[in-house]
Design a protein around this ligand. Structure first.
Ligand code: ADP
Ligand code: F6P
Length: 319
């Protein structure tokens, strides 16, 4: 293997730059050249490919976003488009590819492997929704960003004795909501994976105010319901003042936390090691603090299991 390519795809996540750096520097240290591919699979097909050096990744570890840029490019689901991507890989002498992204991006990596190009996936997503890894790159930073925002919301909630329904990201996964809910002392956490009763949540919030609480915080995972609608439903049963707040894409930006930088660095180096062993079609993970890899294909049959103990814990802590 003489040259590898690297791209970031799907929703960006803090720590992607740290992962690109780790892949690049590990490859260079092993005498392998690295090509950066801009704009994910869209850039691959368009041939937006350039040679990277150690300097290319200098001063990037602390930066949010992805300096290789990302893209949603649904066209890559079509075989003829994948083959155009392969033509570009051949043209640039790229022997194998590292893809940093979420489960959608993994599908693309699998397709490339099935066409004979070894591709390895690194879990880059704030959602923490990927099977066979306890952490995805970006999850920790997104949780900290949401936590800090909710701490601020709580200040104004207390001043006005209000309830806030705060929508956090996570697509169909409740991991951000569960972690942030516990970390902010939320009165309720609502996630797609667990049943909920809006009337019961409203009764608990009323009881909280009756007990002397000055605010109510409901952390709502985006996959459940629109925050305004949830707030309106709550008000059918509660006599309190309430507001809805959507944190949105601020959760995807910002300088990565120490944890995301370290996990990204470890995973990036590990991916290159696997490629050096001639392996492909794999997804890298971190399970019980150990680096692991699984066939990407196995991921599509598996389900991510969040730490649902946090959900139960919060029910007790919120009382
Ligand atoms: P994420 O990787 O964060 O889950 P997406 O689901 O948007 O984000 O997927 C990112 C990109 O991966 C898509 O825009 C597309 O280019 C590629 N992709 C997604 N699904 C497939 C698929 N079934 N086959 C080939 N490529 C895919
Ligand atoms: O997968 C990351 C994520 O931020 C999800 O939490 C969210 O549902 C989605 O991406 C938003 O996607 P877009 O980039 O299209 O706004």
């Amino acid at each position: 293997m003489k040259r590898i390519g690297i791209l970031t795809s799907g929703g960006d996540a803090p720590g992607m730059n740290a992962a690109i750096r780790a892949v690049t520097r590990t490859a260079l240290a092993n005498g392998i050249e690295v090509c950066g591919i801009r704009y994910g699979y869209a850039g691959l097909v368009a041939g937006d490919i350039f040679q990277m050096t150690s300097e290319t990744v200098a001063d990037k570890i602390s930066r949010g976003g992805t300096f290789l840029y990302s893209a949603r490019f649904p066209e890559f689901k079509e075989e003829e488009v994948q083959l155009k991507g392969i033509e570009q890989l051949k043209k640039h002498g790229i022997d194998a590819l590292v893809v940093i992204g979420g489960d959608g991006s993994y599908h693309g990596a699998l397709k490339l492997t099935s066409h004979g190009y070894n591709a390895i996936g690194l879990p880059g997503s704030i959602d923490n929704d990927i099977p066979y890894t306890d952490y995805t790159i970006g999850f920790d930073t997104a949780c900290n960003t949401a936590m800090e925002a909710i701490d601020k919301i709580r200040d104004t909630a207390t001043s006005h004795q209000r309830v806030f329904v705060v929508n956090v990201m996570g697509r169909d996964c409740g991991d951000i909501a569960m972690h942030v809910g516990v970390a902010t002392g939320a009165d309720a956490i609502v996630i797609p994976e667990e049943p909920y009763d809006i009337k019961e949540i409203a009764e608990n919030l009323k009881q909280g105010f009756a007990n002397g609480k000055k605010h109510g915080i409901v952390v709502l995972a985006e996959g459940v319901m629109d925050a305004e609608k949830f707030k309106d439903e709550l008000l059918k049963y509660g006599d309190f003042d309430a507001r809805a707040n959507v944190l949105g894409h601020m959760q995807r930006g910002g300088s990565p936390t120490m944890r995301d930088r370290v996990v990204a660095s470890e995973m990036g180096a590990y991916a290159v090691k696997l490629l050096l062993e001639g392996k492909g079609g794999l997804a890298v993970g971190m399970e019980n603090n150990k680096l692991t890899h699984h066939d990407i294909l196995d991921l599509f049959d598996a389900k991510h299991h969040g730490n649902y103990a946090l959900y139960s814990l919060n029910k007790d802590l919120a009382k």
